[in-house]
Ligand binder design. Structure first.
Ligand SMILES: Nc1ncnc2c1ncn2[C@@H]1O[C@H](COP(=O)(O)OP(=O)(O)OP(=O)(O)O)[C@@H](O)[C@H]1O
Ligand SMILES: [Mg+2]
Length: 250
């Protein structure tokens, strides 16, 4: 298939002072697939993710979104490209003082001033239902379990029907059952809405559950890439150690 990948990074380098964090990252994220960026703490995962949405720009190399170089975009064109993304932050980051309805509706109220109150409520209800959260619009984050909060965060991330959803460690700090549940929701967003997902993780079980492709980041470079079975067979010593420890225990 020669279809243009929805995201492509070409030889992306990033330094912070003397710290060379990304050392030439070239990756394609095929449309409609889930790619997990797996790696240890401090390997550069969050820095890489921030480049995908233009929150950071490369010192060298390019990031292309559907063929458009992010570095060349400004103003309305940049806003338009950013509109292709939804993002789920590590700690769900709901607004505590706002109801579930207001949390999920937040992007709509910012960007879709053309919608009526009734239309907004209908869209929120539809996205909540997709994640098995019917009728919780009037609740507040404090009333919800950690897993429910995550799912509300997911509903908010997809409320604008983005083509791409970025998840920064969506299951860190969750128990194994809730992790499974959140993984199912990530798969559901892909299957029902056709979104391209990029997931940052250091959770091996979750990674092998959801990934179409795994990109293993080590010391600022991709040292293994491919479908899960291929990455599992990688002979890179750090990848072997990282995965081996987990597979031996499970
Ligand atoms: N804004 C910044 N300014 C300076 N250094 C930064 C900045 N952001 C990240 N770094 C450095 O870049 C390196 C990679 O950080 P990053 O947050 O990408 O790691 P990570 O792989 O996401 O780790 P974790 O799993 O702990 O979240 C670290 O050495 C970090 O200190
Ligand atoms: Mg991080």
């Amino acid at each position: 298939m020669s279809e243009l990948p929805i995201i492509r990074t070409e030889n992306v380098h990033k330094h912070f002072g003397d710290n060379h964090v990304l050392k030439g990252i070239s990756l394609d994220f095929p449309t409609g697939t889930t790619t997990v960026i797996l790696g240890g703490s401090g390997s550069g995962k969050s820095v890489l993710m921030k480049h995908l949405i233009g929150l950071l720009s490369p010192d060298e190399g390019r990031v292309l979104i559907e063929g458009d170089d992010l570095a060349g975009l400004q103003g309305e064109a940049l806003t338009k490209v950013r509109g292709k993304f939804g993002m789920v932050f590590q700690w769900a980051a709901l607004f505590d003082s706002m109801s579930v309805l207001e949390n999920v509706a937040f992007p709509l109220r910012e960007h879709r001033k053309d919608l009526s109150e009734e239309q907004i409520r209908a869209l929120v209800a539809e996205k909540l239902a997709l994640f098995g959260l019917e009728g919780i619009e009037e609740k507040y984050p404090a009333d919800l379990s950690g897993g429910m909060r995550k799912r509300v965060g997911l509903a908010r991330a997809i409320i604008m029907d983005p083509k791409i959803v970025l998840y920064d460690e969506p299951t860190t700090g969750l128990d194994p059952i809730t992790t499974d549940y959140v993984d199912e929701m990530i798969k559901r967003a892909k299957e029902k809405l056709g979104v391209t997902s990029v997931v940052i993780s250091h959770d091996v079980a979750s990674t092998f559950n959801i990934a179409d492709y795994i990109a293993f980041l080590y010391d600022g470079a991709i040292v293994a890439y491919g479908p899960p079975a291929e990455v599992k067979a990688s002979e890179h010593p750090f990848v072997q150690q990282f995965l081996g420890t987990w597979f031996r225990k499970n």
